[in-house]
Design a protein around this ligand. Structure first.
Ligand code: ATP
Length: 334
């Protein structure tokens, strides 16, 4: 049995990048036979970046409604909020005690923060929390707690999966075979979508196109995508165009090739953006309608999340932690 685990950080409103990179492929994969799927709202992770309680709560609701609107069936998969499973935190500590600090020093997110401080002439660790530093251990706990053996991720996350393997392996070596070692499942044909400013679309950069923005807002945002100043009739470079990359993520092969030729023929930016808007809207309009109905009933979403976490704790999290506590020499709480 393959166990697949996917999480989205509850740090803001879900966007087209989350949809193309995580939600769309994950929902499609959830119907595959022989697969047990875990989908969680990563709210412990959100606290690393967001210290605004209302934003975390709103985001949790929005991301949960998004999964459901996109076709996730909570009675067929494990669907839960990370912080509803406090065993995650306890496992984080057990793993912290075997994780090499030197490995964490090399984590991309931490190194990037240090590099930025150096460029800004600050002390290396200025403004960096231990939460950011420890984030790979929390992520390892998310994965190892359920012995997930496949974690679909973008290339930037491969390192974190390798760390989870490393921590799991060290634990197994010391205390016996408790954890399956996870593998990164790299979705080769899933693109990283650019945001409005051309950088990776990310909740943290405020450059996103919200997945379920009202139709008119979606249109306005698409028209605000930064483009170069080539005039209509001038050949445009599809491979270096944000508009084209977004189009490709929503269009069929044939449509994409037709658009590539239109770029070579000098399609006007306005026209290309209109085609992009129509393509995206055609794909997501039915889900948008479901989303709007769901988000109007937060108590129902809350009930789904609580039920998922309750069942998952009983089935896996609580017994697993009991076994781990015993293995390391702590008291059995049962
Ligand atoms: P944050 O800025 O809080 O890190 P994010 O929007 O970058 O948030 P995450 O919540 O960390 O996204 O990631 C959730 C999933 O969405 C991951 O699987 C990630 O690979 C995917 N994802 C995020 N941004 C993009 C993007 N621009 N293109 C494709 N996939 C993306």
């Amino acid at each position: 049995l393959t166990r697949v685990l996917t999480g989205i950080t509850t740090s803001g409103t879900p966007h087209l990048g989350n949809y193309v990179g995580a939600i769309r492929p994950a929902v499609a994969a959830s119907h595959a036979p022989g697969v047990e799927s875990f989908y969680f709202l990563a709210d412990y992770h959100a606290l690393i970046k967001v210290q605004d309680p209302a934003r975390v709560q709103r985001s949790t609701l929005e991301i949960a409604a998004t999964w459901l609107a996109c076709g996730l069936e909570p009675d067929k998969v494990w669907f839960y909020r990370q912080s509803d499973i406090p065993e995650t935190n306890e496992l984080t500590w057990l793993l912290t005690c075997v994780a090499g600090k030197g490995i964490l020093n090399r984590a991309h997110a931490y190194k990037a923060a240090v590099d930025k401080n150096r460029i800004d002439g600050e002390d290396d660790d200025a403004g960096i929390t231990a939460g950011l530093f420890m984030y790979p251990v929390l992520m390892a706990a998310d994965i190892l707690l359920f012995n997930a053996n496949q974690v679909p991720v973008g290339r930037d996350q491969i390192q974190h999966i390798e760390m989870a393997r490393d921590f799991g392996q060290r634990f197994n070596h010391l205390y016996g075979e408790h954890f399956a070692l996870p593998e990164a499942a790299i979705e080769e044909n899933v693109a990283t979508l650019p945001g409005l400013d051309g950088r990776k679309m990310s909740k943290s950069y405020d450059n996103t196109i919200p997945l379920f923005a009202p139709r008119e807002t979606l249109k306005k945002l698409i028209y605000s995508i930064v483009t170069d100043s080539r005039a209509p009739g001038e050949t445009k470079d599809a491979d270096n165009s944000n508009v084209f990359q977004l189009y490709q993520a929503f269009a069929s092969k044939q449509e994409t090739e037709a658009m590539r030729r239109a770029f070579a023929d000098g399609i006007a930016w306005g026209e290309a953006k209109q085609a992009l808007f129509e393509r995206i809207d055609a794909e997501i309009a039915p889900q948008r309608e479901k989303y709007e109905a769901l988000i109007a009933r937060p108590a129902d979403i809350e009930a789904v999340l609580r039920d998922g976490a309750k069942r998952l704790r009983e089935r896996y999290a609580v017994p697993t932690l009991q076994a781990l506590r015993t293995a390391v020499g702590l008291r059995d709480l049962s």
